[in-house]
Design a protein around this ligand. Sequence first.
Ligand code: UTP
Length: 287
Amino acid sequence: MIKKAVIPAAGYGTRFLPITKAMPKEMLPIIDRPTIEFIVNEAVESGITDILLVVSGNKNAIVDYFDRNLELETILKAQGKDFEYGMIKHIGEGANIHFVRQREQLGLGHAVLQAETFIGNEPFAVLLGDDMYVNHEYPAIKQMIDVYEEVHASILGTMEVPHSHTHLYGITSPKKGETGKLKELESVIEKPKPEDAPSRSAIGGRYVLSPSIFKYLRNQERGKGNEIQLTDAILRMMADEKVYSLDLDAKRYDVGNKVDYIEAIIDFALQDESLKAEVLEKLKKKI
Ligand code: UTP
């Protein structure tokens, strides 16, 4: 069983400047809860018991959020605000949360490499700190963990994108004859033009990885954007061991992207009984 997960949350978040100058993008709120809390909860609901958050120097807000705030708890209790007290007390419960600092932002591959000691020699999950997948009945990373039990090999979470969007993603190239939701991969092509794309399956923010990935990450040269890319290390691993893709059944919001972020807030407001009617009314007026 996969019990450990890594959540990289140390990036600069340049697409969300200026707010990310002083606040991690993983703390951007979906109404009243930060994005990263939904991702931690997805891991907890998928049976993960130990989560490593990879953070950077200016990400103390993340550490504080998952810590208890005894002063605030005492004040809320004294004021008889039991509901609010319960709301803050249970944040981050359900798993052990650990932190490591990525001292230089050298890329996603480098962020995952910071987890080597924590992971040791077992397979593990990676959930990107700014990428939400919503499926309340069957969380996305659980879908991948269950498949890992069958194939015992690394799995990249994928979703179908329109042909015209392939140039925005890493696109998987399945082995000949592979069809269905789970496919063994031949390769991954970074951001191909639609006419060069081997499929429409794009890699998103969920991975289940064999611990041998660290062997490749340790000496991975910098790639696109002068960053140590996780995909480059996975490609080298693919030459030595099987790697699969699994089409995920979930609604995805890439919160690092402004339009997806706004959509997430609207969808969550429309699912919240205390907000739904008024928000819908306002949206209708605007449209
Ligand atoms: P992104 O490429 O989306 O994050 O990485 P970024 O670099 O912060 O964002 P932009 O493109 O400048 O706006 C995906 C995830 O990997 C983490 C990020 O925090 C994000 O959750 N990451 C990225 C790290 O932890 N370390 C890095 O060096 C780079």
